[in-house]
Design a protein around this ligand. Structure first.
Ligand code: MSP
Length: 537
C-alpha cells in the first residue's frame, strides 16, 4: 500500500509591536493586538502552524525615567507594567504564543550575536551625534519636523532634548539601493499602499546613517568591547522579534532562533513606527545576512470622538475599563468591523453601542433565537431533515453561503476585516429578510412541512457558517452559537480547531447534519443600554 503523503503545514508568524512599558497599555496597543489575534486565529482555523508574537520593549531612557519617577528599580517597574499587558491580553482573549520581553535573559545573547554579524560586516562605526532627541519616541528628530518651542510632532506635550555625544552608527546609507530594490521587487512588503509611498518618498531623498548607541544611559545592553556605550533601544527592541522565535528549550543563539519561523510573515505596527520597521529593520537584517520579513503593515491611528487622544486633553480610552464593561467580543468586533484597517478610525461610545446592538444583538442574536424557537416548535428541536442538495441553487441564502468561504478567506488574507465582517453580515441580514418573506409560521399552518424545513435549515446553516467565519473576531459568541446548534467545538481551544480538514468541512455551506439535536435558545448578546457615564478615563 502506498504511504499517505506527509502533510506540509504552512507556517505563519505574526507580530505586534513590542510595547513600551513606560505606562499601562493604551487602546492603540490593544487595537494592534486584537487585530493580530484575529489574523492568527484565522490561520489556525485553516490548519496552519501559527506563531503569534507580542511583548514589551523595556530598555532605554524613556523606561529608565518612568522607573525613576516612580522611585523603583527599572526591572521592578518593567515587571509590574509587563504584567498589566499580559492581564489585558487575557481579558481580551488574545491567544499569543510568545510574549517577548527585551529584559528576558535569552534576549541579550541574541542581540550580541546579531551586533557581531553587523560589526563583522563593517557596518558599525564610531562618530559624533548632534541633534534633537525625543525621549518619548526614542528618536532623533530633524529640526524642521519640530513644533514651535521644540516640541515633538508626535508627543506634542514633550520637548525634545539637545544631544551632543559620541555614538556608534549603523551604515544605513549603504543600503539605500538594496532597500529600493526590495521595495521594487516585493511591492507587498510595505502595506497599505499609502504607507509604501511614504517610505519610497523618504528613501528617495537619501538615507543617513543612524546612531545605535547612547552614552549616559545604563538601562540597556552594553556595546560589546565598549561598555560605556549602551545599545540604542530600537536596535535592541527590533531584535526582540527574533528572540521570540526561540523555542522555550532552545539555547539562545541566532541560528536556533532563525531555524523554523524566519522570515516572519507579518509585522503589524502603527504608522508612527513605520520607518523603523520598513527602512531600518530590513537594512539591519540585510547587513546580518538575513531575509527581510514578508510584510510590514502600518495601520492608522485611533481618535476619540473625532479628536486625537492624549492624557493632557483627558480623552483617552482605557482598554481595561472598556473590556470590563462590554466584554472582549464586543470590543474586538467594533474595532475590527468599524475601522477600515490601514486608515485612521474613530471611537465613539454611542456609535459603539449602536453597532453592537444592531449587528450582534439584533441581526445575529435575535435571528438565532427566533430560528431555534421555531426549530423547537416545528421540528422537534432537531436540525430539519434536509440536505443541502435539496435546496435550490437560487435560494438566496445558499447562493451567498456557497461563496462566502472564498470571499471571507480572501478578505482576512488581505487584512480587510471590515470586509470580512460585512460579507458575513450580508448573509445574516439576508437570512432575516428571507425568514420574514417566507414566514415559516404561516407555512406551518398551511401544513407545508417540507418548505418549513427548508427555510429553517437554510437559516440555521447560514448562522452556523457565519459563526464559524466570525470566530477569529468574536470567538466567545461563535462558541455560544455553535453550542446552541448542537456542536461540541470550542473556538478558544486551538488543538480542537487547528486542522485543515475541519476548515474544509465547516467553512462550506450545507454541512449541518439532519437530526442533530439543537439546544434551548438563549440570547447570545444582551442589548446594551445607551451610554450614561463614560467608560473612558
Ligand atoms: N516600543 C515601540 C515598538 C517597538 S517594536 C520592536 C513602540 N511602543 S509603543 O508602546 O509606544 O507603541 C505601540 C504601538 O501603539 C505603535 O504601533 C503605535 O503606532 C500604536 N499607537 C499609539 N497610539 C495610537 C493610537 N492613538 N491609535 C492606534 N495606534 C496607536 O512604539
Amino acid at each position: 500500500m502506498n504511504k499517505p503523503q506527509a502533510r506540509t503545514t504552512p507556517l505563519f508568524a505574526i507580530t505586534t509591536p513590542l510595547y513600551y512599558v513606560n505606562d499601562v497599555p493604551h487602546i492603540g496597543s490593544a487595537y494592534t493586538t486584537m487585530v493580530a489575534d484575529a489574523i492568527a486565529r484565522f490561520h489556525r482555523l485553516q490548519g496552519h502552524d501559527v506563531l503569534m508574537i507580542t511583548g514589551t520593549d523595556e530598555h532605554g531612557q524613556k523606561i529608565q525615567r518612568s522607573a525613576e519617577a516612580k522611585g523603583v528599580p527599572p526591572q521592578e517597574h518593567c515587571d509590574a507594567i509587563a504584567a498589566t499587558f499580559d492581564a489585558l491580553w487575557d481579558q481580551l482573549n488574545i491567544q499569543y504564543d510568545r510574549f517577548s520581553r527585551t529584559t528576558a535573559a535569552k534576549h541579550h545573547p541574541i542581540v550580541k550575536d546579531f551586533f557581531q554579524r553587523v560589526w563583522d560586516n563593517g557596518d558599525i562605526y564610531l562618530s559624533k551625534q548632534q541633534g534633537w532627541y525625543c525621549v518619548s519616541c526614542e528618536e532623533f528628530k530633524d529640526e524642521r519636523e519640530l513644533l514651535e518651542g521644540h516640541y515633538c510632532p508626535i508627543h506634542s506635550n514633550k520637548q525634545v532634548e539637545w544631544r551632543d555625544e559620541d555614538n556608534y552608527f549603523f551604515r544605513l546609507s549603504q543600503y539605500q539601493d538594496q532597500l529600493k530594490a526590495l521595495y521594487q521587487e516585493r511591492p507587498d512588503f510595505i502595506q497599505p499602499e499609502s504607507r509604501r509611498n511614504e517610505v519610497l518618498n523618504f528613501v528617495e531623498k537619501g538615507l543617513q546613517d543612524f546612531s545605535i548607541s547612547r552614552v549616559n544611559l545604563d538601562w540597556g545592553f552594553p556595546i560589546p568591547n565598549d561598555p560605556k556605550h549602551t545599545i540604542y533601544v530600537w536596535f535592541d527592541a527590533l531584535l526582540g522579534y527574533i528572540t521570540a522565535l526561540l523555542d522555550p528549550d532552545d539555547d539562545p543563539t541566532l541560528d536556533n532562533a532563525l531555524k523554523k519561523w524566519w522570515p516572519i510573515n507579518i509585522h503589524l505596527i502603527g504608522k508612527d513606527i513605520l520607518r523603523f520597521h520598513a527602512i531600518y529593520w530590513p537594512a539591519m537584517l540585510m547587513s546580518a545576512g538575513l531575509t527581510p520579513p514578508e510584510i510590514v503593515f502600518g495601520h492608522g491611528f485611533l481618535t476619540k470622538d473625532g479628536r486625537k487622544m492624549g492624557k493632557t486633553t483627558g480623552n483617552t480610552i482605557d482598554p481595561v475599563a472598556l473590556v470590563s464593561r462590554y466584554g472582549s467580543d464586543a470590543v474586538r468586533y467594533y474595532f475590527l468591523k468599524e475601522i477600515e484597517f490601514g486608515q485612521d478610525g474613530d471611537f465613539n461610545e454611542t456609535r459603539f453601542i449602536n453597532v453592537l446592538n444592531a449587528d450582534l444583538a439584533n441581526d445575529l442574536g435575535n435571528l438565532l433565537n427566533r430560528t431555534l424557537g421555531m426549530t423547537k416548535k416545528y421540528c422537534q428541536a432537531q436540525i430539519p431533515a434536509v440536505s443541502a442538495s435539496d435546496i435550490p441553487e437560487d435560494n438566496p441564502l445558499k447562493a451567498l453561503g456557497v461563496e462566502l468561504r472564498d470571499r471571507v478567506t480572501q478578505a482576512y488574507h488581505q487584512l480587510n476585516f471590515s470586509h470580512a465582517c460585512t460579507d458575513i453580515f450580508t448573509l445574516i441580514q439576508t437570512c432575516n429578510k428571507y425568514i420574514d418573506e417566507q414566514a415559516p409560521w404561516s407555512l406551518y399552518k398551511e401544513k407545508q412541512q417540507k418548505q418549513v424545513e427548508i427555510v429553517l435549515y437554510s437559516v440555521l446553516e447560514s448562522v452556523r457558517l457565519s459563526a464559524y467565519l466570525l470566530s477569529p473576531v468574536i470567538p466567545n459568541l461563535s462558541n455560544k452559537i455553535y453550542q446552541q446548534l448542537g456542536f461540541d467545538l470550542d473556538f478558544n481551544n486551538s488543538s480542537q480547531i487547528n486542522h485543515p480538514d475541519l476548515f474544509q468541512h465547516h467553512a462550506q455551506w450545507g454541512i449541518l447534519a439532519a437530526g442533530q439535536p439543537v439546544k434551548k435558545p438563549k440570547p447570545i448578546f444582551a442589548k446594551l443600554d445607551p451610554p450614561t457615564a463614560t467608560a473612558s478615563t
